[in-house]
Design a protein around this ligand. Structure first.
Ligand SMILES: C[S@@+](CC[C@H](N)C(=O)[O-])C[C@H]1O[C@@H](n2cnc3c(N)ncnc32)[C@H](O)[C@@H]1O
Length: 537
């Protein structure tokens, strides 16, 4: 799929959630079920259109199904057992919706050629039309939004009409949530990343001016012209479709080069390195942390290939990457139990800092403490992080898309330890309390202060959520799969609190070990004890 968001989508996925009786259920809900005529017609038209594309293939043993009963829109399932390495479908590159295939690029070349590198032409702004492009050159995101807005407005004249017709009209990503729904995320860092205002601004600055300056291009001669608010709504819809559906269009080798690049912003500055596109059929695959299909990026086509045997009735699943529940919700608008292993939680530095200061300043307040610490840290060239991301050691899916290791919290981020170390070093220089200075000279004491402060900060962080972990567990009625926005929000915040608890258990264990070691070292502690070092059971 497109976008850094989708970097790991070269893997594809099998689902194991559809087992036993649910196979029969899925089979009954295929496109012929007639449960919803429009929905089924949309699927039917799309499949017919896809199969007629020169070079496209669609395996006889797979079918598109209605999965709305699982809040999963459309999906693709195996209609019969499928062998590993089977090509499930082939998508000719010519059928991808992108800057290189849409006629829009040829109609307003100055906009497309002005992008740093969109695969469509020059890397320089055309001076004569500079004002048309808005304040900055377009990036792959804004260009693809323009393409989708354009193709949508062409209606039947667009060669992608049957595909565009099955893109969702609404999304469950937090971008579209009401304030009360967002509030259910409580202290989750996801809230600050939603970026609705930023997206609005981007559309107003970079999309609307281009459309307005080229109304004769965007609006068909005898069609309606949209007002700004309607255009804003349409552009938001297309932006969200890109976030949840688009693919990076590089070939496999190029993708490897990009591994690890950050791609988590809705409005993403990708330095124009990547061409993005909507890939019909590939984007009909749902995904999970365990998966059974891989999308291969070939020269002339993309192919979906099975990674292992897929049983009749199983869903064909892609992989969106090792995303936490919060990120999955933010980018795609859903959560799954299997992604919980990748949950993360942010620990803000001020929480740790205030607990450190509590330890260092109890005996004697220093009015100039902050000032001197700032001076000392600046002198030492320390550049402090605002927050630290806690996560589990998760292991990786194997080459068949399956996970084998338990996800375990096994340590604090190294950077947090380094930052506390730098802080304590500065504190030792700055403190006017000789007892503190003496204590900080001892490595074990520094370590004890570090772990004790972090343990308390983790408790403080947990306290920032309005409900307790136990309350959330009760609130999630069907623990196997959350339905609806409120349940998904509870799922996310519960996962973060669960991770905070695991981190606290881990830190408390380390602290116990350290304190036992210290008490063993105290004079007289081992009197009458065997000469071997005492350990806690
Ligand atoms: C690339 S599309 C997949 C096709 C989509 N289901 C459809 O009907 O068009 C990605 C979107 O599908 C849905 N989705 C993907 N995997 C899912 C899953 N395991 N459970 C629920 N929804 C899922 C989410 O709404 C996500 O934003």
């Amino acid at each position: 799929m497109c976008g850094g968001t989708y970097i790991s989508l070269r893997l594809a996925a099998i689902i194991s959630i559809f087992t036993g009786n649910s196979h029969a259920k899925l089979a009954m809900m295929d496109i012929d079920s007639g449960a919803d005529v429009d929905f089924a017609r949309g699927t039917h038209n799309f499949l017919q259109w896809f199969q007629a594309l020169p070079g496209a293939t669609f395996h006889k043993d797979i079918k598109i199904v209605d999965m709305r009963h699982q809040d999963a829109g459309r999906g693709i399932v195996a209609a019969a057992d499928i062998e590993p390495d089977t090509v499930l479908f082939t998508i000719p590159r010519a059928s991808i919706v992108c800057a290189a295939t849409s006629e829009l690029a040829a109609k307003i070349p100055h906009i497309f050629n002005a992008a740093p590198d969109n695969g469509a032409g020059s890397a320089h702004m055309d001076d004569s039309d500079e004002e048309d492009a808005g304040p900055e050159p377009h990036d792959p995101w804004t260009l693809l939004i323009l393409v989708l807005v354009y193709e949508h407005l062409q209606g039947h004249a667009s060669r992608w009409k049957p595909y565009l017709d099955i893109l969702p009209l609404e999304f469950d990503t937090p971008m579209f949530w009401q304030p009360a729904e967002l509030a259910e995320l409580q202290a989750s860092a996801v809230v600050a990343k939603v970026g609705r205002g930023e997206a609005d601004r981007m559309i107003r600055e970079k999309i609307l001016p281009v459309v307005r300056a080229h109304e004769h291009v965007f609006f068909p001669a005898n069609g309606v012209t949209l007002a700004d608010e309607q255009l804003l709504h349409l552009a938001h819809r297309m932006g969200s479709a890109i976030m949840a559906y688009a693919f990076d269009l590089e070939k496999e080798d190029d993708q490897d080069d990009q591994e690890g690049e950050d791609g988590d912003e809705w409005i993403e500055d990708r330095d124009g390195k990547t061409m993005m596109g909507m890939v019909p059929m590939a984007d009909l695959l749902n995904a999970d942390a365990e998966f059974n299909t891989h999308i291969n990026h070939g020269e002339d086509s993309l192919t979906a290939t099975s990674l292992r045997p897929i049983r009749a009735g199983d869903e064909i699943l892609n992989y969106y990457g090792p995303l936490s529940s919060g990120e999955l919700l933010r980018r795609y608008g859903y959560v799954t139990p299997k992604h919980t292993r990748y949950d993360v939680v942010e620990l803000p530095w001020p929480l740790v800092e205030s607990r450190l200061e509590e330890r260092l300043l109890t005996r004697q307040q220093q009015p100039d403490w902050e000032e001197k610490m700032a001076e000392q840290l600046t002198e030492a060239g320390e550049d402090f992080e605002d927050s630290f991301v806690l996560e589990r050691a998760t292991g990786e899916p194997d080459t068949t898309g399956q996970l084998h290791d338990d996800a375990v919290f096994d340590g604090l981020p190294d950077e947090l330890g380094e930052q506390v170390k730098a802080f304590l070093k500065a504190a030792k220089k700055v403190s006017s309390n000789s007892l503190v200075v003496e204590a900080l000279a001892d490595k074990d004491t520094r370590n004890e202060i570090y772990l004790d402060s972090v343990l308390k900060a983790l408790g403080d962080r947990e306290g920032q959520y309005l409900t307790r972990l136990e309350d959330d567990a009760r609130l999630i009625r069907a623990a196997d799969r959350p339905h609806g926005r409120e349940q998904m929000a509870i799922w996310v915040r519960r996962g973060e609190k669960q991770l905070l608890r695991e981190a606290q258990v881990w830190v408390a264990g380390k602290l116990d070990g350290l304190r036992n070691k210290a008490s063993d070292r105290r004079p007289g502690a081992n009197e009458g004890a065997p000469s071997t070092k005492r350990r806690r059971p």
